[in-house]
Ligand binder design. Structure first.
Ligand code: KG4
Ligand code: ZN
Length: 349
């Protein structure tokens, strides 16, 4: 930690964090990055549900309506005021640009008015950091499998803020595949949690969907072939006038996804000689994935960590945690910081 940095209150840093990259407007207050004093999440799921997915323009407008309310609530719940804050952490990418700009402009205005630093945060890094909040003793290095609606990454987390991306999806993200398959079956958005529930009562061996492992030494993923296979199956059953058991389709699809994710995560951890595997992102809430990883990691002698469900999906507390490590390592942003829709993990602007 730089000697120049000292908290306003002399004891610990207070972070105000803001997240608005997709369809959750969220604000949080944290003490030194790992203790969450408040984490207010206003989800727009009900608004987007009727469109079957997130409508970017609608998301931006909703963020504008919600952001001040969410921030006020976060401060109130934490029992602090804006003047107590040491810096403001905010997601500036990746995400929907219009949505990102709402949180970012708010954070910039507040940082300017309060004359405190602005700390731009990468959303994917935020997902990884959710685990530091969940487990106060977790420290790098570890292997992280990030599975969300927009991202699928296998990352060697070497240190705080230091990432080696071993593999990523070449087409659909895992959550995206869940959502698209669910939509084709006429299930509600977001499809991930619905498929998770249905899979519990379905037979995962009823339909043999393809598993895409790609090249033998590759840690990349591909889910579009699997998604197409499910869509073809649904169409062919309909054309033949045959019954579609949604719970069996859900279980068989989910099993195909999990098999590849678990295999590659274990293989990568072995290759990098890491003893801990960490899950992150919205799909980390999936009970089938958690169970399968629990079983395999136990068998193979790895430690497994994952965040509680609220910390898996988008929230500002995880952004506040990432902001803290950026801040104490000297990474602050200027007020020209822009929203970067395709910001890469490990990239700083
Ligand atoms: O991390 P997140 O909130 O947003 C992104 O950064 O993308 O992830 C949202 C994704 C959605 O695709 C949603 O369907 C999926 O996470 N998801 C799940 C579950 N809960 C959320 N997928 C599978 N099983 C779940 N239980
Ligand atoms: Zn996310």
């Amino acid at each position: 930690m730089s000697n120049k940095l000292s908290p306003k209150n002399g004891e610990y840093f207070l972070t105000l964090a803001i997240e608005s990259s997709c369809d959750e407007t969220s604000a949080a207050v944290l003490k030194n990055g790992r203790a969450v004093l408040s984490n207010i999440i206003s989800s727009q799921i009900d608004v987007h549900k009727k469109f079957g997915g997130v409508v970017p323009e609608v998301a931006s407008r909703k963020h504008v309506e919600n952001i001040d309310i969410v921030i006020e609530e976060a401060l109130k719940k934490a029992g602090v005021t804006l003047k107590d804050m040491d810096y403001i952490g905010v997601t500036y990418g990746p995400g929907l640009v219009g949505a990102l700009l709402v949180g970012l402009s708010t954070a910039k205005a507040m940082a300017y008015a309060l004359d405190i630093p602005l700390v731009g945060v990468n959303h994917i890094e935020g997902h990884i950091c959710a685990n530091y909040i969940e487990d106060k003793n977790l420290t790098p290095p570890f292997l992280c499998l990030i599975v969300s609606g927009g991202h699928t990454h296998l990352v060697h987390v070497k240190d705080y803020g230091e990432y080696d991306i071993l593999g990523r999806t070449r087409d659909d993200a895992v959550g995206e595949a869940f959502d698209k398959v669910a939509r084709a079956m006429g299930l509600a958005y977001p499809g991930g949690p619905v498929i998770d529930q249905l899979a519990k009562i379905g037979d995962e061996n009823s339909i043999k969907f393809p598993r895409s492992y790609l090249e033998p030494d590759s840690f990349d993923f591909s889910f579009s072939g699997l998604k197409s296979a499910v869509l073809n199956y649904l169409n062919s059953q309909k054309q033949k006038g045959l019954e579609i058991k949604v719970e069996d389709v859900a279980a068989s699809f989910q099993a195909a996804v999990i098999e590849v994710l678990v295999h590659k995560a274990i293989k990568a951890a072995k290759l990098k000689k890491l003893d801990t595997i960490v899950l992150a992102g919205g799909v980390a809430a999936n009970s089938g994935l958690r169970e399968a990883l629990e079983k395999e990691t136990k068998k193979e002698g790895f430690i497994l960590k994952y965040p509680s469900k609220t910390l898996c999906t988008d929230n500002a507390a995880m952004i506040g945690c990432a902001a803290y490590y950026n801040y104490i390592n000297g990474f602050t942003s200027d007020l020209y910081l822009n929203g970067i829709p395709n910001l890469k993990l490990g990239e700083r602007r």
